[in-house]
Design a protein around this ligand. Structure first.
Ligand code: GLC
Length: 667
């Protein structure tokens, strides 16, 4: 505990009543946590609210005391377990899966019926997309929340949610849900009361009587949805003003400079935690604080918001972890995992957007040079941090290629981004990808891309072509089509192996485990017409689910490969997230070589990102201690008989799209 901020005496009086019904030992646990975390809470809140932060801290601790007293004993036991094992989320047995409830299983009850399916895939972390009551009609996939206290009617009830978290917990699966905290739906009660003229609620939002301020801000604000929601402000007649709306016009940004907003969200967070939610995904956290003359993303006080929420949850419900949804430039990413004064004090998890983009870049260019440059340049993450590694998620892919990285390897950042967009929407002449262009920004030239993993990687096209083969197809043509499909299956396996072999929590997007293609009817549902991200959010295909163990089908191949990967991963302490993945300098530009030095041994990943035979230096493998080691993914020694001498030219051949996990254990 820091001596700079002793817990004020008044705080004990404030929480006394809430804690009164508890046993003395339980009260002590709470007060000890307050003493441990109060300085962080106060620091976050005074950074945001100045002197008023001290009062807000007292209010939040009082809220925490009530939530703690109400917390289910089973969850309090989980708090204890997690406090004893704070790195639980870093364990290699953490495998993630993300889905829209209705598309994955119909309802929350339906999810319970899919628990065995998730367990087959080794899933221990389940992110269900926004499931609280959204506004009617287009709700940006549920990211325009109208009521944080109820579950979307068609999915179930809050009681169903509680039941589900209990069942998941029993199965060893942590439930992750979104905390949409940058904005609420224009239909939310706060917005309605603001429109009705209640000053308290007007102050929850950022409203300007004329264009002076909006124009000044917009000079440096990028547009997030230039196609369907240009600009960042929306005129509202009832408010008689321009309301800040970063995303869609129906998503009203909240004023996080107002301590009342913090108090409201503290209640929401504590409620969700007490329902058994174990990880909160801080949606669009980067946008919460605005500052003129900037892009209003990742302002320093954003981390004060997270620090306060984290201190609050550590006090009331430490089993809960926070995940930052910050899809930002590589150099800015690490702040969300804690740097400088916020080291170890903000989110536990964050998306490795940079790795995701580089995987697609390597696949398109069949070259690792840029990826090596970019990944080597990433600042060192704190050892408490955990990456979410993913091939794609429910969102589009923005080509976050850093101009400096591109220039360092002789590419133009702009040119390469344009190439990737062309490649993945299939416009590039030799591309077999079938992504859709999402939000073409004519000013910056950016074209983000949406689609499923199988469609982006060319497997949809290849599988379709192979299905068209008949007895009349000339043999050489059939053979080519067979090879093409095999190649795409191997490429997908390699990409997954790279992400599973990185450390952190690999998260699959629902349907990718069965190589599902884009949803061709993505625009059929009301409210989805303008948002082609829905192409990449298909319903789980039961016909494919039924074939998942059948290795003569594409879905069976992909599914069983992932099952195997998860099982092997869980047994490898070398993949614990606290250890950093290092990327080797480029040798054969078609091969990415990674290594992880864990006290329990080393892990070397060899990934051929091309459809050709490539090679890796035998001397380098020997240096890393894995020459002749078993590839634990296949339980075979790649080119096992190859000794240093036997390798002839000193190189070990690596087959097309091979992925090897070479492991050396230490006793
Ligand atoms: C996040 C979500 C995205 C949503 C946006 C606004 O980026 O991932 O789907 O559109 O926030 O809430």
């Amino acid at each position: 505990m820091s001596s700079a901020a002793p817990v004020p005496e008044t705080l004990y009086d404030l929480v006394f009543h809430a804690l009164d019904p508890l046993e003395a030992a339980e009260r002590d646990i709470f007060l000890t946590r307050v003493e441990r975390w109060y300085p962080d809470l106060l620091d976050g809140l005074t950074t945001l609210y100045g002197d008023a932060g001290a009062d807000t801290a007292l209010t939040l601790v009082e809220q925490a005391a009530h939530a703690y007293a109400d917390r289910d004993p089973e969850l309090r036991r989980l708090d204890l377990a997690r406090t004893l094992d704070p790195s639980w989320v870093q364990d290699p047995s953490r495998i993630g899966y993300a889905a829209y409830t209705e598309r994955f299983a119909g309802t929350l009850r339906g999810v319970e019926e899919r628990i065995d399916y998730l367990r087959e895939l080794g899933v221990t972390y389940l992110h269900l997309m926004p499931l609280l009551t959204p506004r009617p009609g287009d709700s940006d996939g549920g990211y325009a929340v109208a009521d944080y206290r109820s579950v979307r009617e068609d999915l179930g009830t809050m009681e169903d949610l509680e039941d589900l978290t209990a069942h998941l917990r029993e199965a060893g699966i942590s439930l992750v849900v979104d905390l949409v905290l940058n904005h609420v739906a224009a239909e939310h009660e706060w917005a309605a009361r603001a429109r009705a003229g209640e000053q308290r609620y007007r102050d929850y939002f950022l409203v300007y009587p004329d264009r002076t301020e909006p124009d000044a801000y917009e000079e440096t604000l990028p547009e997030i949805f230039p196609d369907f929601a240009p600009g960042s402000f929306t005129w509202d007649e009832d408010m008689a003003g321009w309301v800040w709306t970063t995303f869609n016009s129906f998503q009203w940004d909240l004023n996080w400079r107002n301590p009342r907003v913090m108090e409201e969200f503290a209640d929401i967070v504590l409620d969700l935690a007490n329902r058994g939610v174990e990880v909160l995904r801080l949606d669009a956290i980067a946008f919460t604080i605005k500052r003129k003359g900037t892009d209003c993303q990742g302002q320093p006080e954003v981390h004060a918001v997270t620090a306060a929420l984290r201190a609050l949850t550590r006090i009331a419900c430490p089993a809960l972890d926070l995940k930052a949804e910050a899809i930002v430039a590589p150099t800015e990413l690490l702040q969300y995992l804690g740097q400088g004064r916020y080291t170890g004090k903000v989110s536990d998890l964050a998306y490795h957007n940079s790795l995701m983009v580089q995987v697609w870049s390597m696949l398109a260019t069949r070259d690792t040079t840029l990826a090596v440059e970019a990944l080597q340049n990433l600042p060192v993450e704190p050892s408490t941090a955990t990456w979410i590694t993913y091939l794609r998620c429910h969102d589009d892919i923005g080509w976050a290629i850093d101009d400096g990285d591109a220039a360092a390897v002789g590419l133009s950042g702009f040119g390469h981004r344009a190439f990737l967009a062309d490649w993945y929407c299939g416009a590039y002449p030799t591309s077999d990808a079938r992504g859709l262009v999402f939000q073409h920004n004519p000013i910056t030239g950016d074209r983000r891309i949406a689609g499923t993993a199988a469609s982006l990687i060319g497997l949809e096209a290849a599988a379709e072509a192979w299905e068209g083969v008949t007895d009349d197809t000339p043999a050489h043509q059939a053979e080519d089509l067979w090879t093409w499909r095999e190649e795409r299956i191997h490429a997908l396996r390699m990409a997954h192996a790279l992400l599973y072999g990185w450390g952190g929590v690999p998260v699959l997007w629902s349907g990718d485990e069965l190589a599902q293609p884009n949803d061709p009817n993505w625009d059929a549902e009301p409210g989805h017409e303008a948002d082609c991200r829905w192409a990449g959010r298909p319903r789980l295909d039961d016909a494919r689910v039924a074939e998942r163990w059948n290795r003569s089908t594409v879905e069976g191949r992909v599914f069983t490969d992932l099952v195997r990967m998860a099982r092997v991963r869980a047994s490898l302490p070398q993949l614990e997230a606290s250890v950093r993945t290092q990327v080797d300098d480029v040798d054969d530009p078609g091969v990415l070589l990674t290594h992880r030095d864990h006290p329990r041994g080393s892990f070397v990943g060899v990934y051929n990102v091309t459809p050709d035979w490539r090679s890796v230096s035998a001397a380098r493998l020997a240096e890393l201690g894995v020459m002749g080691a078993t590839d634990v993914l296949t339980d075979t020694v790649p080119f096992g008989s190859t000794s240093l001498e036997g390798a002839g030219d000193g190189r070990v051949p690596v087959p097309p799209y091979a992925a090897w996990w070479l492991v050396r254990a230490t006793d």
